[in-house]
Design a protein around this ligand. Structure first.
Ligand code: C2E
Ligand code: CA
Ligand code: CA
Length: 580
């Protein structure tokens, strides 16, 4: 049983010992000797003192006192302390000791067990570090930031000073990740974190800052979002200066494997105690402010104000209303014909959604598409549009109308959705339509994200038979040479380049080169927003025959389009769209 005990002690890293009350004789288990790294020689002359000597300087007095009290008064104890082993290694041990009584109840010894808990302590430290710090940048995470900020706010409250909570969001970071991959994106984030820390330190050591400024904290609170608490800062002008320095430090060029990268950041600022009474509240205000900075063009900073609060609650109301609107059938689908400008024949139609709001009347899409995207409702909206367009197509076909292909706008989240090809295939089969009865309009910005994936997705959709149109062309960033790589069928020249096309000039030149380029790549080019016959004629002279705009027709309800189709002069030109 002794062997078993020794084995158990070895496994538990635990030694046992006993000190005789009268004799002061020290007896310990072999494992205790191992725990202290004691050689057989050292063991031979082991005494309570020689072991006490191994206790670290800071803990020795406490251990000694506890043992004395145990000896004198029979009081048990438990204690965690550090030891310096006979071989020099520093370890953390946990010790429990209690008196040993004889049959008459007299204390004859104290016995104890001592366990090496260094690994456990280290592991706990690691775990608590993981729970408090962001592993990538080493900065505190959101939860720990709240903890750290608490005392600074408390002190500011007591001393009647202010703090600023700065929320910094790196603009368009997703496209960095998409373009360079996550590994490189991570390196960029680490560099940014270092720069922010340096900027905060610089602000702490600004002239005139009190000792409290050293409490400033930086944290990473989102993939590309950081918060900073600037303590003991009363002057908004100083906060502005810090915000500007932060923006500057973010925008310093960064060398990456893909060349030089220049980023920008948007910043929202909330002041304590003016805007909110605690860290959570401040963070909410600063986030609203950063939202405002982003929607007015990014790369700027904004202080929180009450109006933002009102706007935020307005948004929430609209979001809820839109959700209900989609579910309750308040969406309407209108169609705008695409015509051959030479003959006036309808060659297609674009489906454009509207919202029949119970109080506001017919709301145009510009006022709710962005809201739908931001509040995660765009997939439901797209589903409804696709379903409705296919239902209309089916009805027109059944009525014997010469049907034309219908263009549907796909927002990026819809296009990126993995199930899209399957969903679309199921949809047209269910309605008994051919894939080429739908034209999927995607925007240029979408092509800027993960190019490989986009190309694969486009190819997959086209392999099934769907055609793809690149909407608002010319407004985004894609270089013309990019275009070659994307398997698409149609280009839509944005209205911006059509308006003044007859005047020549820069816009006219862009439109002309888009038309030429489209011809080169074998794409159909459609001009959008054609309002005058002068524009239409000029476009025709450049070889752009397919046009869409108020000159020919405004977006209209499905019945009106059906009536137009019935009298469409070029019914022979209409594509065959039905499989039945
Ligand atoms: P878009 O895809 O560029 O659609 C063309 C917009 O130009 C339509 O505005 C149309 O009414 C307008 N338009 C057409 N011809 C003329 C013209 O001659 N002059 C002028 N000034 N405007 C003209 P609408 O219907 O208000 O749609 C605005 C935007 O909302 C669309 O721009 C599209 O980006 C988005 N949208 C509309 N329906 C949907 C949808 O079902 N899903 C998604 N994701 N977006 C949609
Ligand atoms: Ca469109
Ligand atoms: Ca467009």
């Amino acid at each position: 049983s002794r062997e078993r005990l020794e084995r158990a002690q070895r496994i538990a890293n635990m030694g046992s010992w006993e000190i005789g009350s009268e004799t002061q004789e020290f007896v310990c288990s072999p494992e205790m000797a191992r725990l202290f790294g004691a050689s057989p020689d050292a063991m031979a002359c082991a005494s309570p003192e020689s072991f006490l000597d191994r206790v670290s300087d800071t803990d020795r007095e406490t251990v000694k006192t506890m043992r004395q009290v145990a000896e004198r008064e029979g009081a048990p104890y438990q204690l965690t302390f550090k030891i310096v082993r006979f071989d020099g290694a520093v370890r953390t041990v946990h010790e429990q000791a209690s008196p040993v009584l004889d049959s008459a109840g007299r204390q004859i010894a104290i016995e104890g067990i001592t366990q090496d808990i260094t690994d456990k302590v280290e592991a706990e430290k690691r775990i608590s570090r993981l729970a408090r710090y962001d592993t990538l940048t080493g900065l505190p995470n959101r939860a720990f930031f709240d903890k750290l900020a608490g005392p600074a706010l408390e002190r500011a409250r007591r001393t009647n000073t202010s703090c600023a909570l700065v929320y910094l969001d790196v603009d368009r970071f997703k496209s960095v990740n998409d373009a360079m991959g996550h590994k490189e994106g991570d390196i960029v984030l680490v560099t940014l974190a270092e720069r922010l820390l340096a900027a905060v330190r610089a602000s702490d050591s600004r002239p005139g800052s009190g000792h409290m400024a050293s409490e400033s904290v930086a944290a990473r609170v989102g993939a590309n979002a950081f918060t900073l608490l600037l303590a003991g800062i009363d002057d908004e002008a100083l906060v502005s200066a810090v915000a500007e320095r932060l923006m500057e430090s973010v925008s310093l060029p960064m060398a990456t494997s893909g060349g030089e990268l220049v980023l920008t950041a948007s910043i929202g600022i909330a002041m304590f105690p003016r805007d909110a009474a605690d860290t959570r509240g401040l963070a909410r205000c600063a986030e609203q402010a950063v939202h405002a900075a982003k929607s007015s063009g990014r790369s700027q900073y904004r202080f929180f104000d009450e109006a933002m609060n009102e706007r935020a609650s307005m948004r929430l109301i609209q979001e809820t209303e839109l959700r209900r609107g989609i579910a309750d059938g308040q969406l309407r689908l209108h169609y705008q014909p695409k015509v051959d400008a030479r003959s006036g024949a309808i060659v297609g139609a674009e489906a454009l959604v509207r919202w029949q709001h119970p109080r506001q009347g017919l709301v145009p899409p510009d006022q709710f598409i962005a809201l739908a995207e931001e509040s995660g409702q765009i997939l439901a909206l797209t589903d409804w549009v696709l379903e409705t367009a296919c239902t209309d197509l089916r009805r027109w076909t059944d009525a014997g109308l010469p049907v034309v292909p219908v263009s549907v706008n796909l927002a990026s989240p819809s296009f990126a959705c993995d199930t899209l090809p399957v969903q679309l295939t199921e949809l047209i089969e269910r309605h008994g339509l051919l894939a080429n009865s739908l034209l999927l309009e995607v925007t240029e910005s979408l092509l800027m994200s993960d190019v490989e994936r986009v190309v694969d997705r486009l190819a997959a959709l086209r392999a099934i038979g769907f055609r793809v149109s690149l909407d608002d062309f010319g407004t985004g960033y894609s270089s013309l040479s990019y275009l070659k790589r994307f398997p698409i069928d149609e280009l839509k020249i944005d209205r911006a380049f059509v308006t003044d096309i007859w005047r020549g000039g820069r816009d006219g030149a862009i439109a002309a080169s888009i038309i030429a380029l489209g011809r080169e790549f074998g794409l159909r080019v459609v001009a959008e927003g054609v309002e005058t016959s002068r524009q239409a004629e000029h476009l025709v002279s450049l070889g752009c025959y397919c046009q869409q705009g108020f000159l020919f027709a405004r977006p209209m309800p499905a019945e009106d389009l059906a009536a137009l189709l019935a009298s469409n002069s070029a019914s022979g030109a209409a594509a065959q769209t039905t499989g039945r």
